[in-house]
Design a protein around this ligand. Structure first.
Ligand code: HEC
Length: 135
């Protein structure tokens, strides 16, 4: 009869750590860690902030009055896009970063840094994730 190798709980925990996905074991890469269950922001406040910061002057944004300019890409269906601005994986954390400082991510982009506060960026991101394929 074969004896199965035995692992103590701490061996197992070590093994598990070594085999966890990069994002789970590298706190230095929060930008790629999924924020799935973290509260993001306030959807209604995000809607307002998009007008206050004049994001509406460059983007078509479904459900927002006056947001019908095509200088930047339409944000219709942004929740389902794989990448933000074609360069950043579309995670809530990355979305907040992009909104606050696009120049740090895509220096040649026409999207300006608008001095968006972290709270406002989180609110906007919360609203964006309501914009799925069939809004
Ligand atoms: C002067 C015009 C302009 C303004 C104002 C502007 N953007 Fe943009 N935005 C752009 C352009 C141009 C891009 C495309 C950037 C790229 O691909 O490099 C972009 C890209 C984006 C993207 C990524 C879209 C995608 O399809 O990946 C998001 C999200 C976004 N903007 C949100 C905002 C928010 C939120 C604000 C307000 C705080 C804002 N933008 C203000 C021009 C603008």
């Amino acid at each position: 009869m074969k004896v199965l190798p035995s692992l103590s709980p701490s061996d197992y925990a070590d093994w598990d750590k070594r085999h966890a996905p990069v994002s789970a074991r590298s706190p230095e890469f929060p930008a790629t860690a999924p924020m799935v269950d973290q509260p993001l922001g306030d959807i209604a406040a995000g809607r307002q902030a998009l007008q206050q910061y004049l994001c509406t002057t460059c983007h078509v944004i479904p459900g927002i009055v006056g947001a019908n300019s095509h200088i930047g890409p339409s944000l219709s269906g942004i929740a389902d896009r794989q990448y933000i601005a074609g360069v950043l994986p579309n995670t809530p954390a990355n979305m907040v970063q992009w909104i606050q400082k696009p120049s740090a991510i895509a220096p040649l982009s026409a999207m300006p840094d608008l001095g968006v506060t972290e709270k406002d960026a989180r609110d906007m991101a919360a609203f964006f994730y309501t914009l799925g394929k069939k809004e």
